[in-house]
Ligand binder design. Sequence first.
Ligand code: LLP
Length: 425
Amino acid sequence: WPRTSSRVEGALTVGGLDVRELAREFGTPLYVLDEDDVRSRMRDYATAFAGSEVHYAGKAFLCKEIVRWLQDEGLGVDVASGGELAVALSVGFPAERITLHGNNKSAAELTRALEAGVGHIVVDSYEEIARLGYLAERHGKRPKVMVRVTTGVEAHTHEFIATAHDDQKFGLSLNSGAAAEAVRRILALPSLELVGLHSHIGSQIVDTAGFEVAARRLASLLVQIKEEHGVVLPELDLGGGYGIAYVEDDEAPDIKLVADGLREIVRKVCTDAGLPVPRLAVEPGRTIVGPGGITLYEVGTVKDVEGLRTYVSIDGGMSDNVRTALYGAEYTAVLASRESTAPPMLSRVVGKHCESGDMVVRDCYLPADLAPGDLIAIAATGAYCRSLASNYNYLPRPAVVAVADGEARVIVRGETEDDLLRGQL
Ligand code: LLP
């Protein structure tokens, strides 16, 4: 739950505000983001990784207001498309603190990044190296590039969000020699400035050993590059992927310990090989915005399927949180609008979409007197919920409200029927 949440007279509060008031004023479903929580996690990262770069991964949740918070707290931002880049640039975020990612950046996206002068472009394929080399030359630019390296680490997470084993679409393989070949090709292009290597092993990872293995392998590749080309690359970007707690027994890594561990490994490998220690960068997304967000829903129906469980239908579903349907994600749900002493009943919190896989919480216990009109809150929905939201079944995407010190501000307006019809001929 967000750092400022508590219970007052039975009702859940966040940022000093009663969720019943929030639901009344802004409607449901509603994403609520605890500004103090998010900002303090930004600061925690800046402190833990002092001397390194922290680039928030915008894919977790990006909007203008988040970019302003990043700017206030001194973080950079990583973007994965021209759209994310446009959001960051729209509020005057300094381009040199933006990193552009993606396994299939279009020529238009690369050109926009070159024109804006983004700090880093992480290249992901041979074709991109050639394409970017050509575009940079044509525009008279010399961007800083990093090679996305697939380190072969087995990250213990869902298949769809593990990214460092060889058999997937991202990066250039260390084991097969593709990463070393990419380095050769970049060094041969005068319009590109190769500054470092990048690795992202996956997401929602709680066992930090994988990050350390990846860091060690990347540092070894730096050594190899020095031997082969006489070039010392000054930067190493270790990506994001640190996990958060979604349900009670979940463990989450201590970011300070992760930071210290990674720094030490890179320092050791490089100094043992007589290389200067590179400047580190990390790209956390989920750990920054995830825990500070909750989603509020209103219960519409409570259906008891005899002898099995109770299906609690809410006024949103897989269009505002697809993670359960997509990754089998687990969540915590509570009755938020009042306290109840009724016995717990085995429940499944389901959405209003036309699919039986449309569930937000697969199994949880909610009080047996749950009734239409009650508010349910789901914890830890700040990351990858609004950013993955869709208009399936023409549901408008809910608003995002930031709360702090007893005040609520809409930071992303909820969609209306007009928004849904816009663009249709
Ligand atoms: N850097 C790169 C290059 C990435 O691909 C990602 C996430 C991150 C950083 C940030 O990872 P984080 O710290 O947020 O774990 N939709 C999935 C997660 C997909 C993550 C994609 N890449 C989910 O809801 O779990």
